[in-house]
Design a protein around this ligand. Structure first.
Ligand code: ATP
Ligand code: FE2
Length: 340
């Protein structure tokens, strides 16, 4: 039996996954991915947000433990690993470097090639394991907010944020009201507890074509918080406005491309209100809705291994470790999609 290792370290999560070689058949055949283990440890903090160097220290500290846990959960010996896929782009440089160094160390020891995987594309590709064949993806995470779909050899970005990633925006507001990091789940809970849901507080709604922006909204929210407006009501209204913007951009992309599937990706997509609003829009447009299970929706190494294996089977891998590098700013539409 042969195995591939997936390693994720673009931002707050350090993860290692072991996948069976049959997990990702070459070409269009999407199989049940045989993800034998998908272990991670995410950096969290009560205050201060994500400081890249601190996150790097976190990754360094947990790396070996996570690696050993992934191997033991999969029940394999490392000598069976035939290649290692790691997310080399996009992300925070210190975090990416930690993941790359860890990858190279193992690759050297085992004398196996390395596959460099784009994290955003991995979010998209894992969708096929739940049946999404040609979706528009709404990718909403900490740093990323993009509406992406496949067209002539590449994943194209149809719409995106013009300033902050929606997760970072939500986390900033959460910090402003002392909720700690990550703030998304806590804001969701407070919004659910809002008692006067029919009294929406008026907030800036900023969408141009398929692009969105959050900085004006952020300033306005901070002002209102300073004025002492009810937190529950404000956070509820914030979710309604922000998610309506995202759903509108996504709906435009669906109309523009004529595609009939919507796939969610990224940590913010864990939000049940966002999922609900997407489902309503899909029903109205007769579009199929796909949302991976939480462990494959948030940052994880399983999706990196899954796409890495498809790339490997297409011949995209690197044996010369001196040519393996990170690409912190690589964009989704720069990746040549040769494995489709
Ligand atoms: P990236 O993929 O951009 O590197 P990331 O490292 O921030 O992103 P994810 O795990 O995809 O990774 O997403 C984390 C974000 O998801 C955080 O901003 C967090 O607040 C947000 N989030 C998680 N759960 C929820 C929720 N229920 N509602 C809203 N936001 C949420
Ligand atoms: Fe992500």
């Amino acid at each position: 039996m042969k195995y591939i290792l997936g390693i994720e370290s673009t931002a707050h999560t350090f993860g290692v996954a072991v996948l069976d070689w049959s997990s990702a058949p070459k070409g269009h055949d999407s199989g049940e991915p045989n993800i034998l283990s998908n272990v991670k440890d995410s950096y969290t903090t009560k205050e201060g947000g994500m400081i890249p160097m601190d996150v790097r220290k976190h990754h360094k500290k947990v790396a070996s433990k996570i690696y050993n846990k992934a191997l033991s959960e999969a029940g394999i010996n490392e000598t069976r690993i035939k290649t290692i896929a790691f997310s080399n782009a996009p992300g925070l440089a210190p975090c990416l470097l930690e993941g790359m160094n860890f990858t190279k160390k193992i690759a050297e020891r085992l004398d196996v090639p390395v596959v460099m995987v784009n994290h955003c594309v991995a979010h998209l590709e894992i969708g096929e394991t739940i049946g999404a064949k040609d979706p528009v993806m709404l990718y909403t995470s900490g740093a990323n907010t993009q509406v992406i779909a496949y067209e002539s050899g590449k994943y194209r970005v149809f719409g995106e944020t013009l300033d902050l990633g929606v997760g970072n925006f939500i986390d900033t507001i959460a910090r402003y009201v002392n909720l700690g990091f990550p703030g998304g789940p806590k804001i969701q809970k407070l919004a659910e507890e809002c008692k006067n849901k029919n009294e929406l507080i008026e907030l800036p709604y900023s969408i141009k074509g398929m692009d969105v922006a959050f900085s004006g909204l952020q300033t306005k929210l901070k002002n209102l918080i300073d004025k002492g407006i009810s937190k529950e009501n404000l956070l509820y209204s914030m979710q309604e406005v922000v998610f309506a913007m995202l759903v509108e951009a996504t709906e435009r992309a669906l109309a523009h491309t004529g595609k009939k599937e919507l796939l969610l990706g990224g940590g913010v997509a864990c939000n049940s209100r966002l999922q609900e609003m997407c489902k309503i829009m899909c029903k109205e447009r007769d579009v199929k809705f796909f949302c991976p299970d939480r462990n494959l929706l948030v940052d994880n190494a399983g999706m990196i291994g899954y796409l890495g294996l498809k790339m490997y089977k297409t011949g995209i891998f690197e044996k010369d470790l001196s040519k393996v590098d990170i690409a912190p700013r690589e964009r989704t539409d720069e990746v040549e999609v040769l494995w489709k």
